[in-house]
Design a protein around this ligand. Structure first.
Ligand code: HPA
Ligand code: ZN
Length: 325
């Protein structure tokens, strides 16, 4: 039987967590006060009351304004350190953490402030036995020009993050909009992943662009791939990682997508379980494993297979992988 302790204690890699999505109500209020930011909420209960959404757009409408409280380098450090402590409690050994520079530079916060604060936390995480690194995401609802500028600004720091990703509102924002940025990133030796959120318009076409044209190594969410057996076959043969987030899916699509996860696991796809935005979707990575295991009656072997996939799909070296597999 799969217990909460079992899911929490299992060694895992976290490959799909947005650092801004780990901003808990308590820290949000604390930073709002320190930085004198009016957020329209004064108590934890009032912040929690604001957490109302049932699809991607309504979620993002709550999510982005909350970030206004993040101003100083230390704020980014404190945010990331709080997350990494939670990750350590969940026996996360390796974390590849998304950050959204444009959500901050668009408010006048310097790119260097964001990345320096986050990076300092990843260094201090070694004391927690976590090996952590960063993935820079482009906001797909902003312009190509904004993504181009962001990549230009980021390249001097290219040894400070391991890859690039693509997030925010997928509607009418196909991956190929950012073809040039993905190419440039790959030329600079960066890894590439991108979101294909659950049940979006043209989801399958977006997944096909990611695999056939851009050549991503992972797809974040991406479980709609089950609708195309040829793509599933391609993903299995080429060890494409799919990072599924059950509690997030339950909010965004009213479905944890457990049926799809099990089908893909069965077909040999490197699918694994992650937390997306834990402060917004009701739980950290162990909670995501446990919710899925409970709802779909997973065996211990299936849960272990998902956790092993998280290391296989990670961007650690083959030698490091051998340690966990
Ligand atoms: N999808 C797209 N963008 C996001 C998400 C997500 O699930 N979480 C944070 N930014
Ligand atoms: Zn995500």
């Amino acid at each position: 039987e799969v217990t909460r302790e079992f899911t929490r204690n299992l060694p895992k890699a976290e490959l799909h967590v947005h650092i801004e999505g780990t901003l808990e109500p308590e820290l949000k209020l604390k930073l709002a006060k320190k930085n004198n930011i009016e957020i329209g909420q004064k108590t934890i209960a009032e912040v929690e009351e604001s957490l109302k959404y049932d699809d991607l757009a309504s979620f993002l409408a709550v999510y982005y304004p909350a970030m206004n409280v993040l101003i100083e380098e230390d704020d980014f450090y404190e945010l990331a350190m709080a997350y990494l402590k939670k990750a350590a409690q969940n026996n996360v050994r390796h974390a590849e953490i998304f950050f959204d520079p444009q959500a901050h530079t668009s408010r006048g916060i310097a790119f260097s402030t964001v990345i320096t604060g986050l990076l300092r936390a990843t260094v201090d995480a070694r004391a927690l036995n976590i090996d952590a690194c960063l993935i820079m995401c482009f906001l797909r609802d902003l312009s190509r020009e904004s993504a181009r500028q962001t990549l230009l600004e980021a390249l001097p720091y290219k040894d400070k993050f391991v890859g690039v990703g693509l997030d925010s509102d997928e509607h009418n924002n196909p991956p190929l909009k950012f073809f040039n940025q993905f190419c440039t990133a790959q030329e600079h030796g960066l890894h590439v992943t991108a979101h294909a959120d659950v049940d979006q318009v043209n989801s399958l076409a977006h997944i096909r662009e990611l695999l056939e044209v851009i050549g991503v190594e992972r797809i974040d969410h991406g479980t709609n791939i089950v609708e195309d057996p040829d793509l599933v076959d391609f993903a299995a043969k080429n060890k494409i990682g799919l990072t599924s987030c059950p509690l997030s899916n339950d909010f965004i699509a009213a479905d944890m997508k457990g049926k799809e996860v099990l089908e893909l696991l069965e077909k040999g796809v490197k699918i694994s379980i992650h937390s997306d935005d834990p402060a917004y979707f009701g739980g950290y990575i162990g909670d995501n494993y446990y919710a899925l295991a409970q709802k779909y009656d997973l065996t211990k072997e299936q849960v272990v297979a998902l956790a092993k996939n998280s290391f296989e799909a990670s961007w650690i070296s083959q030698k490091q992988k051998a340690f966990y597999l």
